[in-house]
Design a protein around this ligand. Structure first.
Ligand SMILES: N[C@@H](CCC(=O)N[C@@H](CS)C(=O)NCC(=O)O)C(=O)O
Length: 223
């Protein structure tokens, strides 16, 4: 375990893909941390006081508080050895752009999963497929998003791939058909121990229950 100058606590929600990005980075870098889960439908007062946007993840670093997963991840990377964010300014700028793009994909995926009628489902599916196709045309054919090295853009992509895999396993619905590069990246990333351990053990069950509660069109149909 890698110890940081100040103790680290990640304020989390068990199903949040943005939290998962930070957990992947913490695990990948072997950083020692405490994780605290809150209920987003009943946010505690102490959380609302310190979270400017009322969102998780929130990183407590000693007495300081950081928000926004992309910022948290870069901070975690910078305060520990062996940076995983590329050092070259051009590649770093490209990665920051793709990390923001993956935030939009994450939101799109969420909308697809919780859509409660066919029309909305089809709309979000068309838009998600288009975004994934662009990624298919962008990712490297060699291992990770950028090539042989894992980078922070992989931390941002893996939560999406975790959920695409769940959708495939439980609903027989594969959004990566005809996207061989994304299929390979998914197989690589979701089998890494730092990604596997980035969600709680009962992740599948909690997600299925959540989708049922949301009256999810996807969860109610077999494909
Ligand atoms: N841009 C933020 C997005 C974080 C986010 O949307 N978190 C969701 C949970 S996955 C949240 O806390 N939602 C609570 C709310 O909006 O009230 C990040 O990257 O950290």
């Amino acid at each position: 375990m890698s110890l940081t100058a100040q103790p680290i606590e990640l304020i989390s929600f068990k199903l949040c893909p943005f939290v998962q990005r930070s957990v992947i980075t913490l695990n990948k870098k072997g950083i020692d941390y405490k994780i605290t889960y809150i209920d987003l439908t009943d946010k505690p007062d102490w959380f609302l006081k310190i979270s400017p946007l009322g969102k998780v993840p929130l990183l407590k670093y000693g007495d300081d508080v950081l928000f926004e997963s992309a910022v948290i991840n870069e901070f975690l990377d910078e305060i520990t050895a062996e940076q995983i964010m590329p050092a070259a300014p051009l590649q770093k700028a490209k990665d920051r752009g793709w990390i923001e793009y993956l935030s939009q994909v994450t939101m799109n995926q969420h909308m697809l999963m919780v859509a409660d009628n066919q029309e909305d489902f089809e709309t979000h599916k068309a838009s998600l497929t288009e975004k994934l196709q662009r990624l298919e045309n962008t990712v490297s054919s060699d291992s990770f998003f950028n090539g042989p090295q894992f980078s922070l853009v992989d931390s941002a992509f893996a939560p999406i791939l975790t959920r695409l895999d769940l959708v495939k396993r439980f609903f027989n619905y594969d959004l990566l058909t005809d996207m061989p590069r994304l299929q390979a990246l998914s197989a690589l990333l979701i089998n890494q121990s730092y990604v596997k351990k980035s969600v709680v053990e009962e992740f599948d069950e909690i997600m299925l229950e959540y989708l049922k509660d949301k009256n999810s069109y996807l969860a109610a149909h077999s494909f």
